[in-house]
Structures are given as C-alpha cells and as structure tokens.
Design a protein around this ligand. Structure first.
Ligand SMILES: Nc1ncnc2c1ncn2[C@@H]1O[C@H](COP(=O)(O)OP(=O)(O)OP(=O)(O)O)[C@@H](O)[C@H]1O
Ligand SMILES: [Mg+2]
Length: 383
C-alpha cells in the first residue's frame, strides 16, 4: 500500500506547493540578479497555517540549488549570536581564514556587528556578524562570484527590539557595500505591521523596513487546489475524478493547512483505489476536527482569558461583527472593545471586514470551533 503523501504538520513541506508560483518566480529572478535585488529583502506575511514557514523552506531550497549559502533561523533571543556562529562555520568550511591582512591601521567597522574591531590588534574580539558575513562573501567571491548568502528568519514579529536594531543595521551596511546578501523574514501580518509602526521613530530601522518587499500569502484558488489533489493522488497510485478532486478542494476553502488535512484524512478513509465523494465527506469532517486541535486550540491558548471571551462572543454572529453588539455582549464601553479588537487583530485571530467598522475571524472554521467549545472556553476564562 502506498504511503499517505499529505503532510498536515506545521512547517512540513507539502507534496505540491499550491498557488505560490509567482512568489517563487520573484525569488528566482532575485537569485539570478544577485546583490541589490529588491526581492532579496522581503517580508512574507500571512495568517497562521497559510504556509509562511514552508515558503521560507522552499525559498531556501531554491537558493541552495543555485549555489547560495542558506541559514534558516527563528527570531528568538540570541538570534544575532546564532547567526554569527552559523556564518563563521560556513566561512571556515569554505577555507576563509579568520584573520584578514588589512593594511592601514585604525579601521573601524562601526558599532554594528557586535564589536568595534581594530583589525590590527592581536587580541581583538571575535568578529561580529557584519564582519563574518563580509568575510564569507569574500570567500564566496573566490569560489563563485554569482552567489551569496541568504538568511531566513521565521516568526520575525517575536524578535527582541535590540536584535531587530542590530539585524537592521548590519543588513543595511551589507547592502550598501553591495554584498550579495538576502534576508527573508516571515510573520503574522498585523504583528509585522505593528513592529514596523513601533519603529517609525527609529530612522535606521524604519528605512530598512520601508525598503523591504512585502509579500502577503493568501488562500489559494480552488482550481489550483483541485489540480494539486489530482496530481498528488495519481502520483501516489490512487485515482480521482475531476469532480471529486474539486469536492476535496471545496472542503479546504483554499486554506493551505486544510489542503493537507483534507488530503490526509480523505486518503486514510479509502487507503487504496479510487477516491470517492463519500471518502471526501468523511475526510472533511475529520480534517475540521483536526484543524481545531492543530491550529485553533494552540492559537487560543496563547491569548488572555478576556481575548478568548471576546472571540467566543463574536462567534454568535454568522457574519462580520459590529463593535456595538460586542459592547452589549461584554457589558463594556467602546474603548474597552476597541482595545481588545486591536489586540486580536495584531494576534492574527480577527481582521477588519469589508463592511466599514466591522470585523471578522481571520482563520477558517474558527467560528465553528468557538461555538463547539464555548462553554469550556468561557469556564476557562472565569477560572
Ligand atoms: N502552498 C501550499 N500548498 C499546499 N499545502 C501547503 C501550502 N503552504 C502550506 N501548506 C501546508 O500547510 C501547513 C501549514 O504550513 P506552515 O507551517 O508553513 O504555515 P505557517 O504560515 O508557517 O503557520 P504558522 O503561522 O502557524 O507558523 C503545512 O502542513 C504545510 O504543508
Ligand atoms: Mg510558521
């Protein structure tokens, strides 16, 4: 029996990366153009489970294939330190010695890169990130002038302020020096926006942020999802009619995490042979339940009790919610409601709706999950 090809796990590379061709084409072009290409400095944003981590992985894979060095990181504390060691390891592998012979004394690399270096002094501090990257690029240039270094940073919105400032300053200098360096960062859109607006008063950080390309990952078109189901199932030795493949696609709503969940569970129900409508119906039900456990439950656990109560009250509506209704339901004034609304928008749980002044859930099936678990969620909030 063939193995189930679907990968319903956060960060796991799917059998087909549906609907992301244009984003990847931009990157491919940037890798060809090299230093200074705009898509080498990029924020990839999108709701939970839309495929940001998987996109960084795929971008990194393509860059490696083109001969670039890729370092994948997450924006937790000591990011700069980890990046510095990773760059050093790559540089040493390329056979670039640590100590450069520099003629002319008193070269100062400035306060960025972790150290103010006097390259002439015998007992100087270890090179910081900026200098390490410089040396790595020199080494790459000796091997193959067409490539460079790509750094991917996931969950960029969780970065500590001081590390963001350092990363910004270092990247800006490297770009100015025309180094072939790319920085691809991913995060929840509203949290990334917040990070940018919080830094508006810091000229160094804000210039850098403005310069970066923004790529927003959205849900993918259903016809692409249906085609991907047909391809994946056929390649794995099953068969499916175009109509049933479209039923699968409809069950996902175009939401990438659901593509893997619906695929995985539909596969398991039949196991071999043709995939039928009844497999899809059962697979979809199972997928919805798993989405709750995998996406909604952990997302809700990160929130405060009031946030959870707020969302539970929102789930009474079958469409976008009005602030005035939330005042009544929560028994609070308009300021209170807008504070929580804004918090939840930044957390990526809700978003402004098309109708002015209203807001709605940002994640598929969240409303249904909240309705099913309302009693439990409100009890948790009261404890
Ligand atoms: N374009 C896509 N086509 C098919 N499946 C995808 C696609 N993008 C992501 N997936 C699948 O969706 C799931 C979630 O992907 P991923 O973990 O990258 O999302 P994320 O945006 O990083 O989520 P989070 O915000 O929670 O970190 C994984 O199972 C992955 O295989
Ligand atoms: Mg992720």
């Amino acid at each position: 029996m063939a193995r189930n090809p679907f990968k319903p796990t956060a960060g796991a590379t799917p059998p087909v990366l549906v609907g992301r061709d244009s984003v990847l084409e931009d990157l491919d072009e940037a890798l060809e153009d090299g230093a200074g290409s705009p898509y080498l400095l990029q924020f990839i944003t999108g709701a939970r489970g839309v495929g940001k981590t998987v996109m960084l992985t795929e971008m990194g894979r393509r860059a490696r294939q083109q001969g670039w060095i890729v370092i994948d990181e997450t924006a937790t504390p000591k990011l700069i330190q980890r990046l510095t060691s990773a760059v050093r390891r790559h540089r040493e592998e390329l056979g670039q010695p640590s100590r450069r012979k520099i003629t002319g004394a008193g070269i100062s690399l400035g306060p960025f890169g972790g150290a103010n270096l006097d390259l002439e002094s015998p007992d100087r501090a270890a090179p910081g990130l900026r200098e390490e990257i410089g040396m790595l690029c020199d080494a790459l240039d000796l091997h193959d002038g067409e490539t460079g270094l790509i750094i991917t940073v996931d969950e960029i919105h969780t970065i500590p302020q001081s590390e963001l400032e350092e990363l910004t300053a270092i990247t800006q200098h490297l770009i100015r020096e025309d180094r072939p360096v790319g920085l691809l960062m991913a995060g929840i859109p509203q949290a990334v926006e917040r990070m940018i607006s919080d830094n508006a008063q810091r000229p160094k950080v804000s210039t850098f942020m403005r310069r970066a390309e923004r790529t927003s990952l959205e849900e993918v078109p259903l016809h692409s999802v249906a085609a991907a189901f047909e391809q994946t199932l056929t390649e794995a030795g099953r068969s499916v009619s175009p109509e049933v493949a479209m039923e699968c696609a409809q069950a996902t709503g175009g939401y990438p995490f659901m593509i893997q969940l619906v695929g995985y569970h539909t596969w398991r129900i039949g196991k071999t042979g043709e995939v039928t409508s009844s497999h899809v119906a059962a697979g979809r039900d199972k997928a919805r339940k798993r989405l709750g456990d995998l996406v909604h439950a952990p997302a809700l656990a990160d929130l405060s009790p009031v946030d959870r109560t707020f969302l539970t009250h929102m789930s009474q509506d079958s469409g976008p919610t009005r602030a005035i209704d939330m005042q009544t339901r929560m028994g609070e004034g308009s300021n209170y409601i807008s504070v929580y609304r804004d918090r939840l928008i930044r957390a990526g749980m809700i978003q402004p709706a098309a109708t002015y002044g209203r807001f709605e859930f940002a994640l598929p099936e969240l409303r249904e999950y909240l309705r099913d678990h309302a009693a439990q969620l409100i009890a948790q909030s009261e404890n």
